[in-house]
Ligand binder design. Structure first.
Ligand SMILES: NC(=O)c1ccc[n+]([C@@H]2O[C@H](COP(=O)([O-])OP(=O)(O)OC[C@H]3O[C@@H](n4cnc5c(N)ncnc54)[C@H](OP(=O)(O)O)[C@@H]3O)[C@@H](O)[C@H]2O)c1
Length: 310
């Protein structure tokens, strides 16, 4: 597909992050000239290789509002990558997002995209998603055109800090009852984001970047069995019982209550929904959980667990 030059330059914030890097590579692979891409980052030195390929790398830190207007100037479309879980825990994430949105407007960026979360709402049971809802509201009030890309949950963190311990232990404790979660991989999300950034007529619209299937806990256990964990048993608990049981299997103390919160939110439908948007933007079908785990489970089990927020 020919690239519409009127949508360029495209700016992606947080260029040193895992998602942003995948999006930049996907944009280049689709034929965007690197010289028509801008990325902002707190650490330009980490992006020297990308700069050498022609991408314009600029310094910006959403905690330092004074760095932002000049960094965002000249972009026609800007993707604001949402801030980290640590920023959520510190209570500064919405402030970071609002600073970036205000600066983009001041810099004259006509169209802002944002990486939001499943079914973001003021009263969501997924507590970290309130930040995303607040940011969506700020985008809509900003005066710029907006596009919200609601990213469904990646499976990486679950595999790294819960499922691998379940496999080692032989028991998968869940608290989600019959609730469903439509996991999507990070690379599939990045392909969808790149496609959305290159699509006309996405102004003032919200897209659900979900996985291809709504998965119950039993579906995830089946996929883990298919990837090698043949004897894995599923034990369904009440969400209030889940954290203590997860701790017994080796789940980190900081992560166990987060999994219990997510289980409760899955029961409440916060992660439910399957949309074709990701396939349409990516131009190819998404990876299923069974396909992903065949590659990811042995890879993850072959090394020690990563740090909680790596
Ligand atoms: N859908 C999901 O399941 C899921 C799971 C986890 C996280 N997320 C969200 O997706 C985002 C990207 O994920 P990822 O895997 O790429 O995370 P990552 O590799 O940890 O990268 C963190 C990102 O946040 C940016 N950032 C952090 N503090 C910043 C600041 N003060 N100013 C500007 N940018 C800042 C980083 O930019 P620089 O380092 O370049 O400055 C980088 O792009 C996360 O930050 C989080 O909001 C989604």
């Amino acid at each position: 597909m020919a690239i519409d030059a009127t949508l360029l330059p495209i700016l992606v914030t947080g260029g040193a992050g895992k998602l942003a890097r995948l999006i930049l590579e996907a944009l280049i692979a689709r034929g965007v000239p690197p010289e028509r891409l801008i990325t902002t980052t707190r650490t330009p030195e980490r992006l020297a290789a990308l700069a050498a390929r022609g991408v314009e790398v600029r310094q910006a830190d959403h905690d330092k509002a004074e760095t932002l207007v000049s960094a965002f100037r000249g972009a026609r479309r800007m993707l604001l990558i949402s801030g980290t879980p640590q920023a959520f825990i510190a209570g500064i994430r919405v402030k970071q997002h609002k600073a970036a949105i205000a600066a983009a407007v001041d810099a004259g960026v006509p169209h802002i995209f944002y990486t939001s979360a499943p079914n973001a709402a003021a009263d969501t049971l997924a507590d970290a998603h309130v930040d995303h809802w607040r940011t969506e509201e700020a985008m809509k009030a900003s005066g710029a055109a907006w596009t919200i890309l609601r990213h469904w949950e990646w499976p990486d963190w679950h595999l790294e800090h819960h499922w691998r311990h379940a496999v080692d232990h032989g028991v998968f404790y869940a608290g989600s009852a019959d609730g469903r979660i439509s996991h999507i991989t990070r690379p599939d999300t990045a392909e969808a984001d790149a496609g959305a950034l290159l699509t006309r007529d996405v102004e003032n619209r919200t897209f659900d970047i979900t996985g291809p299937q709504g998965l119950r806990a039993s579906d995830i256990v089946d996929a883990l069995r298919g990837a090698g964990a043949k004897d894995l048993k599923l034990v369904m608990l009440e969400p209030g019982e889940l954290a203590a049981k997860l701790l017994q299997t080796g789940v980190p103390a900081e992560a166990a209550p987060i999994f219990a919160m997510i289980a409760n939110a899955i029961r409440g439908g916060c992660y439910d929904g399957v949309s074709p948007d990701a396939d349409i933007f990516a131009g190819r079908p998404r990876t299923t959980m069974a396909e992903w785990l065949v590659e990811a489970l042995p890879r993850v089990l072959a090394r020690p667990p990563a740090g909680l927020w790596d």
